[in-house]
Design a protein around this ligand. Structure first.
Ligand code: ADP
Ligand code: MG
Length: 382
């Protein structure tokens, strides 16, 4: 048993002294290397599961209730399990947990009266997907010894976020949290829900840099982008009925779309292409090409998709001027959160020092750095 599991069990027993801990489950956060906002357009993404994860300890509860304590939030919730089928969202962190419980019941997996103790090492709202790691770890903890198909598990966690937390996200975050592999990225086809293991070249380090800001706009803009992409696909479909989503569209068809949705579609079409090109560049060990694709992806997100912000743009500008940096781009939904950077090994300390100084001078904020070690997907750890 690892140290994290031991710590969780102790914390669980302290919080729920009358309940015997039945197990600890872990689900990782992720950093997406390339393929941003393509998942809900049924395209390609290339994420890596992180060694930062959400941990959930579970034990049986008395009184027919589901009791939940989040150490990060220092807050607790409790629902009668009999009320789960008709539960309504409460517009706070507990929706991610309740949403999973509700979806399990709907899928025919009754939720046993339980105590859950939650602790996460994934930063919140940083674009590293603390939400999906919470959903997946809670789903596994509530399933216990019952097995569920792993793709169904990812889909269920996504439905919790879509239907209960109210975010129309794609499948990427939950899928990589379930399926992540050590030392590898996964190229996920968000339509077929199949993946290809992508081994990254030896000569790179991945470092995420947190702007430490999350602009309010984020949630609203995300919903807007989902709607704009649907409108763009609809406009193409009038002429080309085979275009079920922007995944199927090509650049020649852009002229069929008017206004802003045309710009959004251009990002999606070129970004799907960049995922393919990045995988090819990685296979031939072409670090310069990989870096250039990172920057091209950022420009497209900045100008066509318009989901970047001043802080993210500044971090990308600063990073790309530092020797030993192959490329830099925003990662995750945008409007704050993290950039992901490809570095020459051995340059990380110098990179962090230069980035922190520049960011501090410009915004008076201390950025955070996360070296990203590709790690395994969700599982029981105790
Ligand atoms: P991201 O997934 O990029 O971190 P989101 O806005 O999608 O950002 O999800 C962050 C939210 O998920 C938090 O604000 C909180 O409501 C919830 N959350 C994540 N981890 C935990 C946790 N360990 N305990 C309670 N809530 C959590
Ligand atoms: Mg999230």
């Amino acid at each position: 048993m690892d140290g994290a599991a031991r710590g969780l069990i102790d914390a669980f027993q302290e919080r729920f002294p009358d309940s015997a801990c039945a197990g600890v489950w872990r689900a990782p956060g992720r950093v997406n290397l390339i393929g941003e906002h393509t998942d809900y357009n049924l395209g390609f993404v290339l994420p890596v599961a992180l060694d930062m994860a959400c941990y959930v300890a579970r034990g049986p509860a008395a009184g027919g209730r589901l009791n939940v304590h989040s150490r990060n939030m220092n807050d607790a919730r409790s629902w009668p399990v009999s009320a789960l089928p008709t539960l309504q969202p409460s517009k706070d962190w507990s929706d991610y947990v309740a949403g999973v419980a509700v979806q399990l019941v709907k899928a025919g997996y009754p939720v046993e009266p339980s105590n859950l103790f939650i602790h996460s090492a994934v930063p919140f709202g940083g674009g590293l997907s603390s939400s999906a790691s919470l959903e997946v770890s809670v789903a596994l903890a509530l399933l216990g010894d019952r097995v569920m198909d792993r793709v169904e598990l990812a889909k269920l966690a996504r439905r919790a976020e879509n239907e209960f937390a109210g975010m129309p996200c794609g499948i990427m975050d939950q899928y990589i949290s379930v399926f992540g592999q050590e030392d590898s990225a996964l190229k996920i086809d968000c339509r077929s829900l199949e993946f290809e293991v992508v081994r990254l070249p030896a000569g790179i380090e991945i470092v995420a840099v947190n702007t430490m800001v999350k602009h309010e706009l984020g949630g609203t803009a995300y919903r807007e982008r989902v709607a704009e992409c649907a409108a763009a696909a609809e406009a193409i479909r009038r002429r080309h009925p085979e275009v079920a989503s922007l995944r199927d569209a090509n650049l020649d068809q852009l002229e069929l779309i008017d206004g802003v949705p045309r710009q959004r579609a251009r990002h999606i079409i070129t970004e799907n292409r960049r995922v393919e090109d990045f995988v090819a560049a990685s296979a031939r060990g072409d670090l310069a090409a990989m870096g250039a694709l990172f920057v091209a992806s950022h420009r497209s997100l900045q100008h066509d998709y318009e989901v970047s912000c001043e802080e993210l743009d500044f971090l990308v500008e600063t990073a790309t001027a530092i020797p030993g940096v192959y490329g830099s781009r925003m990662t995750g939904g945008g409007f704050g959160g993290c950039t992901v950077n490809l570095l020459e090994p051995g340059t990380s300390a110098r990179f962090q020092e230069a980035m922190a100084k520049a960011y501090r001078d410009r915004f008076a904020i201390e950025p955070r750095f996360y070296p990203c070690k590709p790690s395994h997907g969700a599982r029981r750890i105790a």
